[in-house]
Unconditional design. Structure first.
Length: 236
């Protein structure tokens, strides 16, 4: 049986004996996680791979309580996520789904949207210079702040959503295929930003990717999910 945790380290994100299955009337449960354990320390870059449909996105959603486990514990810094007030959890853990979501309005309005929520209480909204800097960091500096977000391409929307997440300064980024619609240069810029989030800001990243990817400046913690089994797969 392969190991399913990273031994000897203090967890920032963790699963302990987590079981999760989807259920449909008249069909047997579809098991996504079967007694999964996972340990990701603060400031780590965890890379989750596995075949399509294995449940990688579901695993990310467990950490931000968009799904609830059937059994076991999901924790953030040693505390069960179901004990945290939703507004606090959303502030500490930011989830970027594979299909980027924008709201009607300009790029500027979309970037500032989180600062209108209760979870951002006390955080001053960034100015135009900071918004432009974040977009430029993600190779999206050519997007005008007053452009309608609905007119952006899927790849531009992905970078807009990541910039929006980074502006709120979360502890954890959960990234679901963040470069799936990007060219090589834009993808590298996004990955560089994710690595900087770890190295410069002390943040924790859990990234799902089908593409072959190796961070340039951090050593990833590799996990693999298949047929309900979550395995830690360190380099030999």
């Amino acid at each position: 049986m392969p190991r399913t945790d990273t031994p000897g380290i203090s967890a920032h994100l963790a699963l302990a004996g987590v079981r999760f299955a989807y259920r449909r009337a008249g069909q047997p449960p579809h098991v996504v996680l079967d007694g999964a354990d996972m340990t990701v320390p603060r400031g780590a870059f965890a890379l989750l791979t596995g075949p399509s449909g294995a449940g990688k996105s579901t695993l990310l959603r467990l950490f931000c309580r968009l799904e609830e486990p059937d059994e076991g514990r999901v924790t953030l810094a040693g505390r069960s996520v179901d004990e945290l007030p939703p507004a606090l959890l959303r502030r500490r853990v930011c989830y970027l789904q594979q299909t980027p979501t924008v709201v009607p309005g300009s790029v500027r309005e979309n970037l500032l949207l989180p600062f209108t929520f209760k979870s951002a209480a006390g955080q001053p909204p960034p100015d135009n210079a900071e918004l432009a800097r974040r977009l430029d960091q993600l190779a999206a500096g050519d997007i005008p702040l007053d452009q309608e977000a609905a007119t952006l391409s899927v790849g531009q929307r992905q970078r807009l959503c990541l910039a929006r997440a980074l502006l709120t300064r979360p502890e954890v980024l959960l990234l679901d295929e963040p470069v799936s619609a990007l060219d090589a240069d834009s993808a590298r810029a996004v990955m560089d930003a994710a690595e900087s989030f770890c190295l410069d800001d002390g943040g924790t990243v859990l990234l799902v990717s089908h593409a072959e990817f190796r961070p340039a400046r951090v050593a990833p913690l590799p996990f693999h999910l298949s047929q309900g089994i979550l395995a830690w797969t360190p380099a030999s």
